[in-house]
Design a protein around this ligand. Structure first.
Ligand code: BTN
Length: 254
C-alpha cells in the first residue's frame, strides 16, 4: 500500500514522530529548513514522493523521480556540539543499513562516511545538516529504479535491482525512523566510541581497504587505517603519510 493512503496508520505506528507527507517538493532538506524556521517540533519528519531539487553531499544532485525512492528528512533537536555532527552521519548510516537489511533482506556495507552499499553499489545516501540549531538527517533510499543516469549507472543500484521488491514501504519508513531515534540516542547518550566501533564492524571500508579519495582537488591513493576520535577516516597514503579524510569521496581501487 502506498505511504500516502496509509498515512494515519503509519502515524499511529510512530507516536514519537510528526509526519509531513508531500507529493512533490524541491527538497525535503529545504522543507525541513523552512519548518525549523517556523519553530516546528522536535522529531518532525518530512517525506516526499518526488524531489525536483534533491540534494546530495558535496553539492551533488540526488536523483529523486516520483515513487522511485524514499526521500526523508528527519528533524532532531539534539544537544550536540557542531564538532560532533560528522560522527552523527555514521550513526545514521548504521540506522539505514539495519533498516534495509531487516526490511529488504539484503546484505549491506557502509562506505565512510555516508553511503549504504549493496553488492558494492550505492543504494542509500545520507546528508546531515545543521540549521538554526537543529539537525536535519536526510536519507534517500533507491527503491524501484531499474536504470540510472549514465554517469552513475555502474555505481548506483536500487533495492528492486538487487532483487528485493516484495517488502512493505510502510515498514521501511517506520523501521528507519525507529532506528534513527535509537542510533542517534546511542551516539548522544552512550558515547561516540560505541557508534564508531559499530560502524567499524559494519563497514569493509574502515580498515585495510585500498581506496582512492578525492579531497581538496587532490586524488589520494592508499589504504584505510581506522577512524580518529571525531569519526574521520584515516588514510595511509602511498607516500607513507597518514592523512585525515575530512570530507572526500571514497572509491575502492579495483
Ligand atoms: C549523498 O549520498 O550524497 C546524500 C544523499 C541524500 C539524499 C536525501 S533524499 C532526502 C533528503 N533530501 C534531499 O534533498 N537530500 C536528502
Amino acid at each position: 500500500m502506498s505511504i500516502r493512503r496509509n498515512l494515519d496508520h503509519i502515524s499511529a505506528r510512530l507516536p514519537l514522530w510528526h509526519l509531513h507527507w508531500y507529493v512533490t517538493l524541491d527538497s525535503t532538506q529545504l522543507e525541513a529548513q523552512r519548518l525549523i524556521d517556523e519553530g516546528c517540533l522536535d522529531h518532525t519528519a518530512i517525506v516526499s514522493q518526488e524531489q525536483t531539487a534533491g540534494m546530495g553531499r558535496l553539492g551533488r544532485r540526488w536523483h529523486s523521480e516520483s515513487g522511485q525512492g524514499l526521500y526523508l528528512s528527519a528533524i532532531l533537536r539534539l544537544e550536540l556540539p557542531p564538532a560532533h555532527l560528522p560522527g552523527l552521519t555514521l550513526a545514521l548510516g548504521l540506522a539505514a543499513k539495519r533498516t534495509i537489511e531487516e526490511t529488504a533482506e539484503l546484505d549491506c556495507d557502509l562506505r565512510w562516511p555516508n553511503d549504504v552499499l549493496v553488492a558494492g553499489r550505492k543504494v542509500c545516501g545520507i546528508l546531515t545538516q545543521m540549521h538554526n540549531g537543529a539537525v536535519i538527517a536526510g536519507i534517500g533510499i533507491n527503491l524501484n529504479q531499474r536504470d540510472f543516469p549514465l554517469e552513475i549507472d555502474d555505481i548506483a543500484t536500487s533495492l528492486d535491482r538487487e532483487g528485493a521488491s516484495n517488502f512493505s514501504r510502510e515498514d521501511l519508513l517506520v523501521r528507519l525512523l525507529d532506528y534513527i531515534e535509537e542510533y542517534t540516542q546511542l551516539y548522544c547518550r552512550d558515547g561516540r566510541d560505541i557508534v564508531y566501533r559499530a560502524f567499524r564492524m559494519n563497514s569493509t571500508y574502515v580498515q585495510g581497504k585500498r581506496v582512492i579519495v578525492e579531497q581538496d582537488g587532490r586524488s589520494l591513493r592508499g589504504v584505510t587505517d581506522g577512524l580518529d576520535a571525531d569519526g574521520f577516516l584515516i588514510l595511509r597514503a602511498e607516500t607513507g603519510e597518514r592523512i585525515t579524510i575530512l570530507a572526500g569521496g571514497v572509491r575502492p581501487v579495483i
